[in-house]
Design a protein around this ligand. Structure first.
Ligand code: NDP
Length: 297
C-alpha cells in the first residue's frame, strides 16, 4: 500500500492559524503584541530571501516584525550592542540572527549574547542544556516542526524505535532529544555508523537530516515506518535546470513506508511556522501566561 503523504504545507498553515488566534487573544485580552526581531549581516541572497519570508509570515500572524539589515563590514561589537538593545526592548519577545554571519564575527559569541528567553532559534547553550535535561526550553524550529508532524500523524510516540540520521546541533541532536522526551527509543546515526541500512531498518520513525540527495532507499525502511525528510538538496535535472530533493528517495521509499514527508512541501514550511510558534511561546512565558496548546514541545 502506498504511504500517506504528510502534507507539511497544509499542516504549517494550520499551525500558523493557531498562532494567529493566540496572537489575537494576547492583543485583545492582555494588550500585548508578540514581537520578533530578525538580524541579517551582509548580503547573502539566500539569507535575504529567508529574512523576507520570515518578516512576511510574522506580520501575517498579526505580530510585530522588526528587521535589522546590517552592512557586511559591521563589527562584532556593533552587532553585540544591537543584540543588547533588543534584549532590553520590552516589545520584542523573539530575536533571531540569520546565520551564517561574516567570517570576522564569532557566531558562537553572537548566539550566546541573545537573552535565552528570547532565543526563538533555540541555539543558546542554556536552551540546549534545558532541552538536554528535559526541562522547558526554546526548541530549534526544524526539529520542533518534525515533532509536531509526527505527533499529528502517530499520536503518542511512546515506546517507538526512532532513528535520526545526522548529529548536527541544529537538527539531529535536538531532534533526538525531543524524541527521547516523547519516550521513543532513540538511535542517532552519522557518517561513521556501521551498517546504516541495518540500523535504519529497525525504526518505526526515521528522521533524515544529512544533506545527501536520495540517500535513503526502500531497502532501508521497515514496512509501515514513518519517514521525515529534513534534507534540502538541489540537483541537476537530466533535461537541464535544477530541482529540490530530500535525503530520502521519495518515490522508492513511499512504496514501503506508512507515511512520508515530501521535499519540497514537507519539513520546510513547518520551520517558519515553528518560528512564529516559538515567538508566541516566548511572549506567553514572559507574561507568565499558559503556553499555547499544540505549539510547544
Ligand atoms: P550538517 O551538515 O550540519 O550535518 C549533516 C549530518 O549528516 C552530520 O551529522 C553527518 O555526520 C551526517 N552524514 C553525512 N554524510 C553521511 C552519511 N553518508 N551517512 C550518514 N550520515 C551522514 O547538516 P544539517 O543538520 O544542518 O542539515 C541537514 C540537511 O537538512 C541539509 O540538507 C539541510 O539543507 C537540511 N535542513 C533543512 C531545514 C528545513 O527547514 N527543512 C533546516 C535545516 C537543515 P558526521 O557528523 O559524522 O559528519
Amino acid at each position: 500500500m502506498a504511504a500517506t503523504v504528510i502534507d507539511g504545507k497544509a499542516f504549517a498553515a494550520k499551525v500558523r492559524e493557531r498562532v494567529k488566534a493566540h496572537v489575537t487573544r494576547l492583543v485583545e485580552e492582555h494588550g500585548v503584541m508578540p514581537g520578533l526581531a530578525v538580524v541579517l549581516v551582509g548580503e547573502n541572497p539566500a539569507s535575504e530571501v529567508y529574512v523576507r519570508s520570515k518578516g512576511k509570515a510574522t506580520r501575517e500572524a498579526g505580530m510585530k516584525s522588526v528587521e535589522h539589515k546590517l552592512d557586511a563590514a559591521t563589527s562584532e561589537a556593533d552587532l553585540l550592542a544591537l543584540i543588547g538593545e533588543l534584549n532590553r526592548d520590552e516589545t520584542i519577545h523573539g530575536i533571531l540572527v540569520q546565520l551564517p554571519v561574516p567570517d570576522h564575527i564569532d557566531a558562537d559569541k553572537v548566539l550566546a549574547a541573545i537573552d535565552p528567553a528570547k532565543d526563538v532559534d533555540g541555539f543558546h547553550i542554556s536552551n540546549v542544556g534545558l532541552l538536554g535535561t528535559g526541562q522547558k526550553a526554546m526548541v530549534p524550529c526544524t526539529p520542533l516542526g518534525c515533532l509536531m508532524m509526527l505527533r499529528e500523524e502517530l499520536g503518542s510516540l511512546s515506546g517507538m524505535e526512532a532513528v535520526v540520521i545526522g548529529r548536527s546541533n541544529i537538527v539531529g541532536k535536538p531532534m533526538a532529544q525531543l524524541l527521547l522526551k516523547d519516550s521513543c527509543t532513540v538511535t542517532i546515526a552519522h557518517s561513521r555508523t556501521r551498517d546504516l541500512p541495518g540500523v535504519v531498518r529497525r525504526a518505526d520513525i526515521v528522521v533524515a537530516a544529512v544533506g545527501r540527495p536520495n540517500m535513503v532507499t526502500s531497502e532501508w525502511i521497515k514496512p509501515g515506518a514513518t519517514v521525515i525528510d529534513v534534507g534540502i538538496n538541489r540537483i541537476e535535472k537530466p533535461e537541464g535546470g535544477t530541482r529540490l530533493v530530500g535525503d530520502v528517495d521519495y518515490e522508492d521509499v513511499a512504496k514501503v513506508a506508512g507515511a512520508i514527508t515530501p521535499v519540497p512541501g514537507g519539513v520546510g514550511p513547518m520551520t517558519i511556522a515553528c518560528l512564529l510558534a516559538n515567538t508566541v511561546t516566548a511572549c506567553c512565558r514572559k507574561l507568565g501566561l499558559a503556553e499555547p496548546e499544540g505549539l510547544t514541545a
